[in-house]
Design a binder for this molecule. Structure first.
Ligand SMILES: [Cu+2]
Length: 480
């Protein structure tokens, strides 16, 4: 199993807003790998963004590459992960971004903060599994467990003695920095008897949301305040899937334990369990997601493009495609293919199917995504590199370009890097194309990205020197 510094999840990178981080990545593994700094906009610096064979060739075994990770507007929680095949399953960790020196949180300073990484666990060799699935057209296997901070928890037939435990002191407030590193399912998450206050998402603050559960998609991060104000006892925190399709998925629950440490009390034989929505409860998922609003105040303003100069309409679908010369092992001789506007992206062999989209510097861009599957529809957490964007509207069914824009939110739309396109629905995002570079956009469900639900935006240089891509670093990994 490929890990960073021997730990799963990998080490947390702790920075302040606006910091620049140099990360030496030395590959001691058996195959090439790259690292992506998820949600870090990397102004003018696509060279350190990480997508394999898009902005760099893989770091070969035995070699080193130094990433320059440039923080700018991001504040809150982001994460880093491998961006080659499915290596991100075990190669990931959190990035915590505190306010700049002399600045404060837009909420009372928490007593302590803890990173909570929700992940996927496979018993098998994931790299061998996905290589076989890609070569033969068979479906990739689903994971064997979910994990919280590397541990599956008490509900699985293993490792209950090493379940992650978060000890809390009565009356104190804790900032949980939650990362969803799961491969193929969205998740509900909650803590028994405790309400959660969500104060940030994707490295930007939001208006506080009080809730008993959150819905968090792969790629997303959330800052959540937990007030330890319940009876001294033990409580489960749990993550279970939100899955709105009919294909096979992992329907199990991972747990960790929140335990009060002061006072003498007898904990119950089993900790209290949170009441999480059923796996296919779309209303519960959307009720939460629709409450997310940018903080949008003087200190944390929003800059939503109003006069759109580039408009894209992207139909998203999972399809099936015939394999040439009976090359697939599936019964019908076909394979899964996922597409954006009917084009299925492939790396590293750039084939006729792969397309990129040029965007001029400074354009005010709007993208309307439309889920267009007729049969096995599913929601898609779409992630854009190089930018955060404003999610100005979402809805069910087909987008109506006359009536639906009337519902757009230009006042306090959430500023995200990964947004959930509702199943068979639409979503509209906006951003200013003010970061020149080569930026991948893809579904963060790994199966879908694997099948081609990806594309690339190339944002051209602007006229002035500080609007141009920086020169590449001297030590870029070689492609031969
Ligand atoms: Cu998808």
């Amino acid at each position: 199993m490929l890990t960073v510094n021997g730990s799963f999840p990998g080490p947390t990178i702790k920075v302040r807003k606006g910091d620049i981080v140099f990360v030496n990545v030395h590959n001691q593994g058996n195959y090439g790998v790259t690292i992506h700094w998820h949600g870090v906009n990397q102004p003018r610096n696509p060279w350190s963004d990480g997508p394999e064979n898009v902005t760099q060739c893989p770091i070969k075994p035995g070699t080193t590459f130094t990433y320059e990770v440039i923080l700018s507007t991001e504040e809150g929680t982001l994460w880093w992960h491998a961006h080659s095949d499915w290596t991100r399953v075990s190669v990931h960790g959190a990035i915590t971004i505190k306010p700049a020196a002399g600045k404060t949180y837009p909420f009372p300073k928490p007593y302590k903060q803890h990173v909570i990484v929700i992940g996927s666990w496979y018993k098998e060799d994931v790299q061998a599994m996905i290589t076989y699935a890609t070569n033969t057209g068979v479906l990739p296997n689903v994971s064997d467990a979910y994990t919280i901070n590397g541990q599956p928890g008490d509900l699985y037939n293993c490792s209950s003695d090493s379940t992650y435990r978060l000890t809390v002191k009565y009356g104190k407030t804790y900032l949980l920095r939650i990362v969803n590193a799961v491969m193929n399912e969205e998740n509900f998450f909650g803590i028994a008897n405790h309400s959660l206050t969500v104060v940030g998402q994707d490295g930007a603050y939001i208006k506080p949301i009080n809730t008993s559960y959150i819905m968090i998609a792969p790629g997303q991060t959330m800052d959540v305040l937990l007030i330890a104000n319940q009876n001294l006892s033990h409580y489960y925190m749990a993550a279970s899937p939100y899955f709105d399709s009919i294909v096979e998925f992992n329907n199990s629950t991972t747990t960790a334990i929140v335990q009060y440490y002061d006072g003498t009390y007898t904990p119950p034989p089993t900790p209290f369990f949170p009441d999480l929505p059923f796996y296919n409860n779309t209303n519960a998922a959307e009720n939460f997601t629709q409450r997310v609003r940018s903080l949008a105040n003087e200190e944390h303003p929003v800059n939503v493009p109003k006069n759109i100069t580039t408009q894209l309409y992207i139909a998203i679908s999972v399809n099936r495609m015939l394999c040439p010369n009976n090359s697939c092992l599936t019964p019908a001789g076909d394979r899964q293919a996922a597409s954006l506007n009917n084009v299925s992206f492939e790396t590293p062999d750039i084939k006729s199917g792969t397309k990129v989209r040029f965007i001029n510097y400074g354009e005010a861009v709007e993208i309307v995504f439309q889920g267009s599957n007729l049969q096995i529809a599913e929601s898609h957490p779409m992630h854009l590199h190089g930018y955060s964007f404003f999610l100005v509207g979402t809805g069910s069914g087909n987008f109506n370009n006359e009536t639906d824009p009337l519902s757009y939110n230009f006042v306090d739309p959430p500023e995200l890097n990964t947004m959930n396109l509702p199943k068979s629905g639409w979503a509209t995002i906006r951003f200013f194309a003010n970061n020149p570079g080569v930026w991948l956009m893809h579904c963060h469900l790994e199966r879908h990205a694997n099948w081609g639900m990806e594309t690339v935006f190339i944002v051209r240089n602007g006229p002035s020197e500080d609007q141009k891509i920086r020169p590449p670093p001297a030590n870029m990994p070689s492609c031969s």
